[in-house]
Design a protein around this ligand. Structure first.
Ligand SMILES: [Zn+2]
Length: 425
């Protein structure tokens, strides 16, 4: 794709409705059906379309603004008929539920709760509200939460409807001015190396490596291993329901942390000129057998896909494009001289067997990913690398991000235990 990409999304959720007003919403969708029918009937009679909204609203037992939205949708169906004659004239005698279409902050409202849920309040009937929290797809919920907190994103109309007997809310979110920049038009390429206990980020421009950040998340690794052991134990004891509970808990924990890490990646990337965030392509990673145990371990130990996905749509919110490269040799290649050999790397320590360059191995991988990103997607040349800036580290914990001491390639072993200065996010 070479064009900038506009961002409009419809997000679908289940409505977890408070029990005392379950029927209220269903009745409102029946009322929406009669508004729709009445609109079509009047239009067929030849009533002036400008006069229809007021005439219908007088009789409708819905919030006025919501009535107008449903009328507008019905007239849209009439207009389509005149324009395309696709399906014949719309019917005005159907019964059953019809989606209740509402404007944000007029016919419905959303808010973040202290528990991190999204609460809804739908004005089903005048002075009668349906309330509860939204359930559903984790990614959709996260997009909506981001939209609720961002000025750039606008929450638009929503439709409350019944699907297979379940109440749903479909919310439109649009980015009013922002588009995702074309990835080929980037000045800085951010290589992202994802590992079990950290991500390494390197920003590479025509001038060389601008900066490297390593975000440590030992907590995620620790908790995953802890849950793994617990699940094994209850599984062996035949307690499958506990096993599933633990799995759900682990998943929520890991997702929550990965969301924070992905937010951090995007925040860091924003400081550079025209950034493009580059990941290793997981599909190519899986298709290749010969990447050694490190890669296989990495694949099994972290929901890479989730982190990439979270990062890429959060980046899109900021207009930042993402791209993918083939992961082959990214952890074995020397970023300074290009010499590639498996023995170059020993855990977190990289030492080139050819030129002697030493570094934090994950930083080296992130440089190589950025290099590949430039080669694959940009029309400018990879700069010659003569020196690399110090690696900066932050540690992510439940309390937020903490600055860890700076590390250079010749003090790789000492970085973890020095004093830390607290910075909360
Ligand atoms: Zn080298």
């Amino acid at each position: 794709m070479t064009d900038a990409q506009a961002l409009v999304k419809t997000l679908g959720f289940q409505l977890d409705i408070q029990s005392d007003n379950e029927n209220l919403l269903y009745n409102a969708t029946l009322e929406a059906r009669s508004v729709y029918n009445e609109t079509i009937r009047l239009a067929k009679q030849g009533v002036d379309w400008d006069a229809i909204p007021d005439r219908v609203a007088d009789d409708a037992d819905l919030v006025k603004n919501t009535t107008q939205r449903v009328v507008a949708k019905a007239l849209g169906a009439m207009e389509n008929y005149y324009e395309y004659d696709d399906f014949g004239q719309p019917s005005h005698i159907k019964d059953g539920a019809y989606p209740l279409r509402a404007n944000y902050e007029e016919g419905y409202n959303l808010s973040l709760t202290d528990d991190g849920d999204v609460a809804f309040r739908i004005s089903a009937k005048p002075y009668k509200h349906v309330t509860g929290v939204l359930d559903g797809n984790d990614a959709h919920l996260d997009i909506l939460k981001t939209a609720l907190e961002s000025d750039e994103w606008k929450i638009g109309t929503a439709e409350a409807l019944f699907h297979d007997g379940n109440a749903e809310l479909h919310v439109n979110v649009t980015n009013t001015e922002q588009t995702v920049r074309d990835k080929h038009d980037s000045r800085t390429v951010i290589g992202v190396d994802v590992n079990e206990d950290n991500v390494a980020l390197t920003a590479l421009s025509k001038a060389g490596v601008e900066d490297t950040l390593v975000i440590d998340f030992p907590e995620i690794k620790f908790e995953r291993h802890r849950y793994f052991t617990m699940r094994k134990r209850v599984q062996n004891a035949g307690k499958d329901s506990i096993h599933d509970t633990l799995e759900g808990r682990e998943e929520r924990f890991v997702r929550d942390r990965l969301h924070k890490v992905s937010r951090h990646i995007v925040e860091w990337s924003r400081q550079f000129e025209k950034p493009c965030i580059v990941f290793e392509d997981l599909k190519e990673m899986r298709d290749s057998i010969d990447y050694g145990t490190r890669m296989n371990r990495r694949l099994h130990h972290l929901p890479f896909h989730a982190l990439q996905f979270y990062t890429s749509y959060k980046a899109a919110f900021e207009g930042i494009p993402t791209a993918w490269i083939n992961p082959e040799y990214t952890s074995q290649r020397c970023p300074m001289c290009g010499h590639t050999e498996r023995a170059n790397r020993n855990k977190k320590r990289f030492k080139c067997r050819d030129c002697g360059h030493q570094d934090h191995s994950d930083r080296g991988a992130s440089v190589n990913i950025a290099v590949k990103g430039i080669e694959k997607h940009q029309d400018w040349n990879v700069p010659a690398l003569n020196s690399l800036p110090q690696v900066r580290k932050v540690r992510r914990q439940a309390s937020g991000a903490v600055d860890a001491p700076t590390v250079t390639h010749d003090t790789v072993r000492g970085y973890q235990t020095n004093g830390v200065a607290g910075v909360s996010d």
